[in-house]
Design a protein around this ligand. Structure first.
Ligand SMILES: [Zn+2]
Length: 67
């Protein structure tokens, strides 16, 4: 599940709009995603830490909702 950091909308990844091809950042795969509800844009990081072998997920806000 992915949750929008702006409006709290959550859905599976398919429920969001992918704005560009995913890319790699360290051990993360990064997806730039637009929320279909509020049109805020954020980066979704997903990766497995090579040290702890645990899944790590976080989001970074890129652009808040536009009017
Ligand atoms: Zn939203």
């Amino acid at each position: 599940m992915v949750k929008c950091p702006f409006c709290g909308y959550d859905s599976s990844e398919e429920g969001f709009k992918l704005l560009r091809k995913p890319w790699k950042f360290r051990f993360y795969t990064v997806k730039r995603i637009e929320c279909p509800k509020c049109h805020g844009v954020f980066n979704y990081y997903y990766g497995v830490s090579p040290r702890s072998n645990k899944v790590s997920v976080f989001v970074i806000r890129v652009r808040p909702r536009k009017r």
